[in-house]
Every structure is written in C-alpha cells, then in structure tokens.
Design a protein around this ligand. Structure first.
Ligand SMILES: Cc1cc2nc3c(=O)[nH]c(=O)nc-3n(C[C@H](O)[C@H](O)[C@H](O)COP(=O)(O)OP(=O)(O)OC[C@H]3O[C@@H](n4cnc5c(N)ncnc54)[C@H](O)[C@@H]3O)c2cc1C
Length: 320
C-alpha cells in the first residue's frame, strides 16, 4: 500500500495533499498497489473527501491527545499507521507540517527519505524520486533501498486528478499523549491570504521596488490576477516591513506557481533556487542584462513603475 498523510482545511483535503494523493494513485495504478489516505487529529471530519482523489482506504487516527499539533505525537501516529497497514511507501505534501513530520516518521521506521520531490516513479516495487539540487541548478534521481520509503511532494508540481475510489473508512487508536513537544498556540496572519508556497500566481518584488509602500502596486496586480505577493530577500532585509513569510528563495520559501512575475528582481542564484520551478516566469527589469531574463519565459525590459500599473489595468480589463 501507498499511504499518504493528508491535511484538512475547512473540512476538505488541502490542495497539496490532494496532489500527493493523486500522484500516489498514479503510482499505485502502475504498480498494482492500493492507496490509503491517512488523517491525524482530534477530529478528522471531512476525511471522506479523499476518496475522490483515488483513496481505496481512508485511515483516521483521532483522539484528544492530538488536538494540538505535536511533532512526536503526529510522527508516532503516522509511523504506527504505516506499520498497521503494512505500507511500503509513505507520501506527504512538503507543507510546513509535512516537512516537519515526514523525516521524523522516516527515522522512526528506519526508512529512506527524499524531501520536496518534483517527480516520482516505482521501479521494481521501489520508489524513485527526482529532486532539484544545487539551488535548482541540477536534478538528482534518488533510488530507495529501504523496505519502507518516505517522500514529501513539492506543492503545485503534481496535478490533482479526480478518480473516485471506495475510500473504505478505518480508524486506528491514537497515542495516549505525554508528547515531548506540543504546539500551544497558532496565531493566524490576518487577511486570510493563501500562503505563497501554495499560490498559483505570485507577483514578487525585489530591491527595485525602492520602498515597502510601493508594494501596493504589486498588491493591486496580484489582486487583479487572483494571486499573492512575494519578495526577494533584499526586499525583506531592507526594513520595508515585508515579512520573511513572503520571501522566495534558498532561505525563504520554495514556490512553484503557474505564473511568477518578478518585478525589480535581478535573479540571484539564491532567489532562483526558490522559484525556478514556476511554470511561466515573467521578468520586469530595467536592466536588459539582468540574469533573471535567462530564466524568464517572457521578459519586459522597462521601468516597473510604468509596466506594473499597465499590466494591472490590462488584467482588470480582461476580468470584466
Ligand atoms: C546564503 C544566502 C542566502 C540567500 N537567500 C536568498 C533568498 O532566499 N531569496 C533571495 O531573494 N535572495 C537570497 N539571497 C540574496 C541574493 O544573493 C540576492 O542578494 C538577492 O536575491 C537580491 O535581491 P533583488 O534581486 O531584489 O535585488 P538586486 O540584486 O539589487 O536587484 C534589483 C533589480 O531591480 C532592478 N530595478 C531597479 N529599479 C528598477 C525599476 N524601476 N524597474 C525595473 N527594474 C528595476 C535592477 O536592475 C536589479 O536587477 C541569499 C544570499 C545568501 C548569501
């Protein structure tokens, strides 16, 4: 069985988990395996949603000890579920929770682990993963030799496919508690905006924005396109009140949207490491020699303070 640790939001499977589940279905169909969707928490209401993404079984680990996120509590629950189901592969989306818990599960199971993968296949019953290395300059293929194999899938890379299966529910016991660490409080950021690592459209600004207040231009374009705003490290570090949660790159977030618009960003390797997986890249820069143009699908040589408002106007006109 391929077990997929899934996260819920508003009673539905989160998109990155639906992507991991859809990929698991594709692998399982090729390898003659079953897919199990695994949910952990105080309540797993909405877990049945996983059936539409190809889950043969829906496994829940529910209990009061899991009411708050706990790295070791979740890792124990997931590792126990992998053993109980005899799963050979565990997948999770490379979200904040997935990145935290998956390596802990792998360590508990003595399993090989591949993080933030952009491609998966099964060869002779063993998982093979593809992942970017050297800040996205190259791709490496990893072969697993351990009996159990664990990987996290990069959000926005794998397609979501609706292929309904039985989704037979099964409940497993939750651990008693007494975990080493428990999250006491989560303070949600205002605005309810999508996290950039899950966004489909990102309008990002760099040092060329000159000031934090000018990010309003990017907010307007992002809103017209239905996207969110990101930033380079230079913008985050400039004291413009741009939070680190918006930073794209090696020491920020890795994003892979359908559309990435880089405004006043030169294209340093550390920035590119976080956004080279974007499907379409539009670069707006007044320097025709800026390295970002080597990567861009479309390049606009010009002053962003003229180009961005024009793009916003055009996007608004299209939306009407
Ligand atoms: C260990 C390490 C980790 C790092 N991690 C990250 C990371 O995670 N993310 C990241 O982004 N960086 C990271 N950096 C920093 C990185 O090396 C670059 O310094 C940074 O990405 C530069 O940001 P920038 O492109 O916004 O600024 P700059 O390189 O200064 O580029 C600004 C660009 O704006 C253009 N411009 C200026 N005015 C206008 C205008 N009016 N219209 C159009 N274009 C204009 C300029 O031509 C220029 O190309 C890291 C560095 C190190 C050493």
């Amino acid at each position: 069985m391929i077990l997929v640790f899934c996260e819920l939001k508003d009673g539905k499977v989160r998109k990155p988990s639906a992507e991991a589940l859809s990929e698991a279905r594709r692998l399982a169909d090729a390898g003659g395996l079953q897919v199990g969707a695994l949910f952990v928490g105080a309540s797993c209401q909405g877990a049945a949603d996983a059936a539409q993404y190809g889950a043969d079984a829906i496994v829940t680990v529910e209990g009061p000890s899991l009411s708050a996120y706990s790295s070791d509590g979740y890792a124990q629950s997931i590792a126990d579920a992998v053993k109980a189901k005899g799963a050979s592969v565990l997948l999770a989306a490379a979200t904040s929770v997935g990145k935290d818990v998956a390596p802990r599960v792998a360590a508990r199971l003595g399993a090989g682990y591949s993080a933030d993968v952009t491609g998966l296949s099964l060869a002779g019953g063993k998982l093979r993963s593809l992942r970017p290395v050297y800040a996205g300059k190259a791709f490496a293929t990893y072969e697993f030799h351990s009996p159990i194999q664990v990987a996290t899938t990069r959000p926005n890379v794998f397609d979501v496919t609706v292929s309904p299966k039985a989704g037979v529910p099964e409940s497993l016991p939750a651990p008693a508690g007494g975990f080493l660490a428990v999250v006491k409080e989560i303070v949600a950021k205002g605005g309810g905006k999508v996290d950039i690592s899950e966004a489909n459209i990102i309008v990002a600004g760099g040092r060329g924005m000159k000031d934090g207040a000018n990010f309003q231009l990017l907010e307007a374009l992002a809103e017209a396109l239905g996207g969110v705003v990101g930033a380079s490290r230079a913008a985050v570090d400039a004291g413009w009140n741009i939070p680190h949660s918006m930073q794209v790159g090696q020491t920020g977030k890795v994003v892979s949207p359908t559309l990435y618009i880089a405004c006043g960003i030169s294209g340093a390797i550390q920035h590119v490491a976080g956004m080279s997986g974007s499907k379409v890249i539009v670069a707006i820069n007044k320097d025709p020699e800026a390295p970002i143009f080597k990567l861009a699908t479309y390049g606009i040589v010009g002053d962003l303070f003229e180009v961005v408002p024009e793009l916003t106007k055009a996007a608004r006109a299209l939306a009407q």
